[in-house]
Design a binder for this molecule. Structure first.
Ligand SMILES: [Zn+2]
Length: 253
């Protein structure tokens, strides 16, 4: 089986056909997924959907949603039964640079909550590797997690792995111009790779530009198998084991 470790199936682009989306996922070996919240309303939805469909949820405040956010909500939601991670959180300097201090402060709150609850972090990074690294290195050995939608090269990959974190590999891996990323996944230890879609965004080839969905995790897995010169079966086993280890899925919560 495959696990999509990062989906936003509650968005309107995709939720209206949820039954079909969950059926497609099953038919494409994606037997579980982590529904990732980004703010108060979506955290609630992620938990509801996880409970209803026997899936998993993650709760947090996305760096693009920090203005006016209420972190107390995350504290409450984080203790819900099917919540297996804290996030998404992180720093995004692509959309906004003017509120970096607030983004940093909220990111630190997520890290401290993850440590307190012994949950992994789901980290969003855009144009912000140094800023995120500088904070996380201070917590090295005390917290783990994933850099979701990792798209950088081997230098950043090695630093992330050295922090004890995992790389979330999604549809970008299938893009023709993703040479640095394709090169990096060949060089890093296989036991630090997990798969994701970030659906409804970032659909892999041959669906690039269309609405993404958890089923397409399979296309990322096939591309990864091709790059690493191993079978699709092996990628399924390795990435699912990695996902279960990181998110402590399969243990009684
Ligand atoms: Zn996301």
């Amino acid at each position: 089986m495959l696990i999509d470790t990062h989906t936003h199936i509650y968005f309107k682009d995709i939720i209206y056909r949820l039954e079909e989306v969950l059926k497609n996922a099953k038919e494409n070996d994606v037997l579980s997924m982590i529904i990732v919240g980004i703010n108060g309303a979506s955290n609630k939805l992620a938990i509801e959907l996880a409970n209803k469909h026997n899936l998993y949820a993650s709760v947090g405040i996305h760096p693009s949603d920090v203005d006016g956010s209420d972190f107390n909500e995350v504290l409450l939601y984080a203790k819900e039964n099917r919540v297996v991670a804290i996030g998404e959180t992180g720093i995004d300097l692509y959309w906004r640079q003017d509120n970096l201090e607030l983004q940093q402060a909220i990111f630190i709150k997520h890290i401290e909550l993850a440590i307190e609850l012994n949950l992994p972090l789901i980290i969003h990074m855009r144009n912000s590797f140094e800023e995120i690294y500088d904070i996380l290195v201070q917590y090295k050995g005390r917290v783990t997690g994933v850099f979701h939608c990792f798209t950088l090269g081997i230098n950043e990959a090695n630093k992330i792995i050295d922090l004890g974190f995992y790389l979330g590999i999604g549809g970008v891996l299938t893009f023709k111009n993703a040479k640095d990323l394709q090169d990096a996944v060949k060089k890093v230890p296989k036991d630090r790779l997990i798969l994701e879609t970030d659906s409804p965004y970032l659909a892999p080839t041959p669906f690039r530009g269309k609405i993404n969905e958890p089923a397409y995790t399979k296309y990322v897995a096939i591309k990864l198998a091709d790059l690493l010169n191993v079978s699709y079966e092996e990628i399924k086993t390795v990435t699912t084991n990695n996902t279960k280890r990181l998110f402590k899925i399969g243990d009684e919560k």
